[in-house]
Design a binder for this molecule. Sequence first.
Ligand SMILES: Cc1cc2nc3c(=O)[nH]c(=O)nc-3n(C[C@H](O)[C@H](O)[C@H](O)COP(=O)(O)OP(=O)(O)OC[C@H]3O[C@@H](n4cnc5c(N)ncnc54)[C@H](O)[C@@H]3O)c2cc1C
Length: 162
Amino acid sequence: MALKAGLPLYDLEFVQFYPLVLAEPRLSTFILLLPGSSEAKLVNEQGEDLLEKSGIRGDVHQAILSQRDRLSVFLHEASQAGDVFFDLTHVPEQEWERFPLNFLKRSRFPFRERPFLVSPAVHFFMGGIEVDSGGRTALPGLFAAGEVVWGSTAQTATAEMP
Ligand SMILES: Cc1cc2nc3c(=O)[nH]c(=O)nc-3n(C[C@H](O)[C@H](O)[C@H](O)COP(=O)(O)OP(=O)(O)OC[C@H]3O[C@@H](n4cnc5c(N)ncnc54)[C@H](O)[C@@H]3O)c2cc1C
């Protein structure tokens, strides 16, 4: 809409991905925050350890913190060959008492009993519309807020838009 209105858009190529969102049919998707547990495994349909195959070191939690985009790309490519599962079935009991697994534990979905479908997902669009400190765009009367906003340059941050 902003483009049609003649507004310039900035940095649209910068998109944040998150490697692991729940991808089970009939369940709403959400970002999976992870336990720092080496027993939490990413596997393909053959049961192969995908993190090992990716060559990314550490456990899944560390991989997300240190190599988020690389892991997202790897899992996307792996998902072209078949489903990608997250396997929490071997995670020790005490981990399920702590956040974030105590959150999953409350669900009726059998997160502990079987591996479940996951997928990388678009998480955030960094680019967008330039605004001033009051949310005004360069088009009089049009305001923007939230994820659609790119930000403001030093000039726009303090200047009143026309
Ligand atoms: C999986 C996931 C997990 C996230 N987790 C977090 C988190 O933990 N913490 C955090 O801070 N952020 C998180 N984010 C980011 C955060 O959710 C978004 O940045 C935020 O919701 C954006 O809010 P918004 O109101 O700008 O846009 P949106 O929430 O995208 O709302 C835009 C609305 O505009 C409507 N719309 C679009 N086009 C039109 C049109 N032409 N006419 C009318 N209506 C239209 C859409 O239907 C939508 O309802 C996450 C995002 C994703 C995808």
